[in-house]
Write a protein that binds this ligand. Structure first.
Ligand SMILES: [Fe+2]
Length: 207
């Protein structure tokens, strides 16, 4: 079984230390990627392997009160979503925060939120309200009405909307900002927004 692999960031490890310096400490650029992000990918593989290899026994004992199968399935989506959100998180970052580089998405943000400032204000409030192990996610709700929504996602999936495609994912797990900013979450969020790579985000929107 080949399994899932840690997705490469659109910049090197050395570049990350410089271009992400305003958002997180130099050490965090490595810890966050090679310990946390990679951890989700590896655990996802481990779980999938176990589900496959021990399928017969696991299925026989499946039940809602306690079963190894149930817990494996819960952790399967936790780790899968963790890996996906981190892929987007790294892809989002490394820019200059200039939204005029994403002309189409900027127009859509203005239509759906009133203005870029209004969107930012709500996105920041969502990030501040996520648990210390959660996310603020800008997503396009393609299944419902095609509108952009700021989603408050606890853990990696609680609060997500089926069919909505994530465009911007702001990691609010403490491992992201604590080593540089301590409990100053708002400072981290401002720096995150000022570091967004809007050309890549626009590309994600258009796809
Ligand atoms: Fe993280």
């Amino acid at each position: 079984m080949s399994g899932h692999v840690l997705k490469k960031r659109p910049y090197s490890d050395e570049e990350a230390k410089n271009i992400l310096a305003n958002v997180m400490s130099k050490e965090t650029t490595e810890w966050h990627y090679y310990t946390h992000h990679k951890g989700y990918v590896e655990k996802r593989n481990e779980i999938e392997k176990k589900l496959l290899e021990e399928k017969t026994v696991l299925l026989e004992k499946a039940n809602a009160n306690y079963s190894e199968f149930g817990e494996l399935k819960r952790r399967e989506s936790f780790n899968a979503n963790g890996a996906i959100l981190h892929d987007i998180f790294w892809e989002n970052l490394g820019g200059d925060g200039e939204i005029n580089k994403a002309t189409e998405l900027k127009k859509k943000i203005e239509t759906d939120f009133g203005s870029v400032e209004e969107w930012k204000k709500e996105f920041k409030a969502v990030a501040l309200s996520a648990k210390n192990s959660g996310w603020a996610v800008l997503a396009i709700d393609t299944h419902s009405d095609g509108k952009l929504r700021n989603l408050l996602v606890d853990e990696h999936g609680v609060g997500a909307i089926w069919g909505a495609k994530p465009l911007i994912a702001c990691d609010m797990f403490e491992h992201t900002y604590y080593h540089k900013d301590g409990p100053k979450k708002a400072t981290y969020i401002d720096n995150f927004l000022n570091n967004l790579h809007w050309e890549r985000i626009e590309k994600r929107y258009k796809n």
